[in-house]
Design a protein around this ligand. Structure first.
Ligand code: NAP
Ligand code: MG
Length: 478
């Protein structure tokens, strides 16, 4: 088994927290403690930010863009070579099925490769002001970038923002989620071994209220990328306001999957099930509201229920169809919503707390029929394998239901009629629209939310804008 890294990684050293505190991280498949991990606090955040600042102003600045790209490619190749090791560790810490964890780690490789290739292509412009002037722009790195990430795809969320940040010449301080700190720490091994100058990548595990808050409020950071809940996103924005610094917020969702009667129902049912049950529903873009044309509601639901019934639950390392939820607190939260749905009058067709496995934080695939837009289960993000079914009778009503939410992250559309699909894609208030396949797209596809689902976009070349600032130079030619 791989060595578990359980200390802070600051200035290329593994160190305990200054106050010596630790916290436990647990395998949600077995409820066993995996490790006691150093619990970073404000002083540790200070150290990490200073280290990252020194690297930014010193050796990292002198590394050419081509060389930055080569270094990131090296990280990608090393991670690829150690994919199984990282996937197993991710599975232990999150409970996700091993095949799924492998997919995520190879997604990390994808982020590193994509932005490695971009490192020497971050061009400025020349602006025509006539023969007496030369006006050009340079896209400079912002400096020390802070990355606060959630537990649902731990290393993937790190790499999604870290890769463009480093490619553009910044340094980074990462605060992983308290539930899942292990892969972000392990990832630091690659920075020790592959020829990076020290302190380009720093990791301060710990709790949101101390390490997270201290990092987001720190006067020494130059940008902050946050992925997590709306509530914490607001706190991040307030902290950023104090020092007037840019933020990228990737927040939650209550994304609709809209199924029109003319669609292939077998395809739609399997995509709808994938859209809500993948990663045990713990995706920000989980397709948690099934908005279905009344005429096909019954046959579609039969098929969705059949998919739900077939899903095998189990410990992540056994590679089941669906693993546990991430923690006992989260299990309580999701079960609370299942209770609420029943009390609000929705009908639970299948699901609830899983009887097996006995240990671990398992919930069965759950389907609520008869859900109305005003219900809490229709409005609030459950972040679990809970699908809410909402029928419609004409296209305008479908759009009304789909858009009747404070979120606007993703939407899925299932129809054989291309005009209908494209019209609906225009009408839906969401940052990421998928037609006839859910959870689709690539590293190059910009991702982010409308409305309260966030600010800014990650992935794609557009994400480089998050980590660069434009300097305009105007020269009077005499
Ligand atoms: P969360 O509580 O907001 O936590 C996210 C991260 O913020 C964690 O590292 C957390 O630390 C930290 N944090 C908490 N309070 C903080 C504070 N006051 N200041 C600074 N940092 C703080 O979210 P969660 O409940 O763990 O994660 C699930 C949420 O994330 C869902 O709403 C989901 O939709 C969203 N999400 C969005 C995306 C996306 O791309 N849009 C992707 C994944 C998840 P601790 O771990 O110690 O609490
Ligand atoms: Mg854990």
């Amino acid at each position: 088994m791989t060595e578990i890294r359980n200390r802070l990684f600051i200035a290329n050293e593994w160190t305990p927290a200054r106050d010596g505190r630790t916290f436990e991280t647990v395998d949600p498949s077995t409820e066993e403690v995996l490790a006691a991990v150093a619990r970073g606090g404000p002083e540790d955040v200070d150290d990490a930010v200073s280290a990252a600042r020194e690297a930014f102003e010193g050796p990292w600045r002198r590394v050419t863009p081509v060389e930055r790209g080569r270094l990131l490619y090296r990280v990608a190749r090393e991670l690829e070579a150690r994919l199984d090791e990282f996937a197993r560790l991710e599975t232990l810490d999150t409970g996700k099925p091993l095949a799924h964890a492998r997919g995520e780690i190879s997604g990390c490789v994808g982020y590193l490769d994509y932005y490695a290739g971009a490192a020497d292509k971050i061009h400025g412009e020349t602006i025509p002001l006539g023969p007496d002037y030369l006006n050009y722009t340079v896209r400079e790195p912002v400096g020390v970038t802070a990355h606060i990430v959630p537990w649902n795809m731990p290393l993937s969320m790190v790499c999604r923002s870290l890769a463009p940040a480093l490619a553009a010449g910044n340094t980074a301080v990462v605060k992983p989620a308290e539930q899942t700190p292990l892969t972000a720490l392990k990832f630091a091994e690659l920075f020790l071994d592959l020829g990076f100058p020290p302190s380009v990548y720093n990791v301060v595990p710990g709790f949101g209220e101390d390490a997270g808050r201290a990092l987001s409020e720190h006067p020494g950071i130059d940008s902050i990328t946050f992925t997590g809940s709306v509530e914490t996103g607001r706190a991040i924005l307030r902290a950023a306001a104090e020092h007037v610094r840019p933020v990228v917020l990737e927040l939650g969702g209550k994304s609709p999957q809209i199924v029109f009667a003319d669609t292939d129902l077998d395809l739609a049912a399997s995509e709808v099930a994938k859209g809500i049950y993948s990663n045990t529903g713990q995706y920000c873009d989980a397709g948690s509201r099934l908005v279905v044309e009344e005429g096909v509601r019954e046959p579609l639901l039969e098929k969705v229920i059949e998919h739900s019934r077939r899903i095998k639950l189990g410990a992540g390392l056994d590679d089941p169809d669906m693993g546990p939820l991430v923690s006992s607190e989260h299990l309580e939260r999701v079960l609370g919503y299942i209770d609420t749905g029943q009390r609000e009058g929705a009908e639970m067709l299948i699901g609830g707390r899983a009887e097996e496995p006995e240990r671990g934080y398992f919930v069965s695939p759950t389907v609520f029929d008869g859900v109305e837009s005003g219900m809490r289960v229709a409005r609030e993000e459950i972040f679990g394998p809970v699908l809410c079914v909402m029928p419609f009778s004409h296209d305008e009503e479908a759009a009304e239901i789909a858009n009747d939410t404070s979120y606007g992250l993703a939407a899925g559309i299932f129809t054989e009629d291309i005009d209908r699909a494209l019209r609906f894609a225009n009408d839906v208030e969401a940052g990421y629209v998928m037609i006839n396949e859910y959870h689709t797209g690539g590293v190059g596809s910009p991702f982010g939310g409308f409305k309260q689902s966030g600010i800014g976009r990650e992935k794609g070349l557009v994400a480089l804008d998050n980590y660069t600032q434009i300097k305009t130079v105007v020269v009077r030619v005499r």
